[in-house]
Write a protein that binds this ligand. Structure first.
Ligand SMILES: [Zn+2]
Length: 213
């Protein structure tokens, strides 16, 4: 898809996703996300900057127009690959996410358009993240902030294995309804599918919901 190495493509994508979820990307975020040394990341960022994909001001990293274009292409590829793996091939959403990390780098644009067609032009990936160009920013609140009431699950923020496994076992899947019974400082008692569960704060911070009236 591009002449960048896979790790460099991954950094670009992460910067885009940090901008998307947190509003900005910093070097420390990348060090944490990839568990790499400051030396390695600074070399990689030097390279991305010299290629014109990012700008750096103080500690903030910004994607240039070129950087954004490439990141968006990779993210679209990742999210459509996940859809292909879950909806067509029938994998669970944990394996789909892991495999999509590899597949996202290989599809040519025209093949990606075909995949998009096969999976029915979805608005989001199976974890609720928007397919670029199709849906605006996901508008919702963290489950940890939700007052008692009825909600629909929109998105799981970080697609980490333990998060997805726990969300799955509690029925917190995008598109599903959930009733918040009680919220004590982010630890939330929920009711769905005729059962009650207590969701720890570590998970409620990762689940985005929208109130339903
Ligand atoms: Zn996903």
């Amino acid at each position: 898809m591009s002449e960048l190495s896979e790790p460099l493509e991954n950094y670009l994508k992460e910067i885009y996703e940090l901008e998307e979820t947190k509003g900005n990307a910093k070097v420390v975020d990348l060090i944490e996300a990839f568990s790499i040394s400051p030396g390695t990341i600074s070399k990689a960022l030097d390279r991305l900057e010299s290629l014109g994909f990012i700008d750096r001001k103080s500690r903030r990293i910004r994607l240039t127009e070129d950087g954004k274009r490439l990141a968006v292409r990779l993210i679209r590829s990742h999210r459509l690959s996940e859809r292909l793996l879950t909806d067509v091939i029938g994998l669970d959403w944990i394996r789909a996410h892991e495999l999509a990390h590899r597949l996202e780098h290989i599809w040519p644009e025209d093949v990606l358009d075909k995949i998009d067609e096969v999976v029915g032009h979805p608005k989001t990936c199976p974890h609720g993240h928007p397919i670029p160009g199709r849906e605006e920013q996901v508008e919702g609140i963290q489950l940890s902030e939700a007052k008692p009431g009825e909600y629909t699950v929109l998105m799981i923020v970080k697609e980490k294995e333990w998060i997805l496994r726990m969300a799955d076992s509690l029925g917190l899947l995008p598109g599903r309804k959930v009733r918040v019974v009680q919220n004590s400082r982010g630890e939330v008692k929920i009711q769905n599918d005729d059962r009650e569960s207590v969701v720890p704060r570590s998970l409620t911070e990762q689940v985005i919901v929208r109130g339903t009236q």
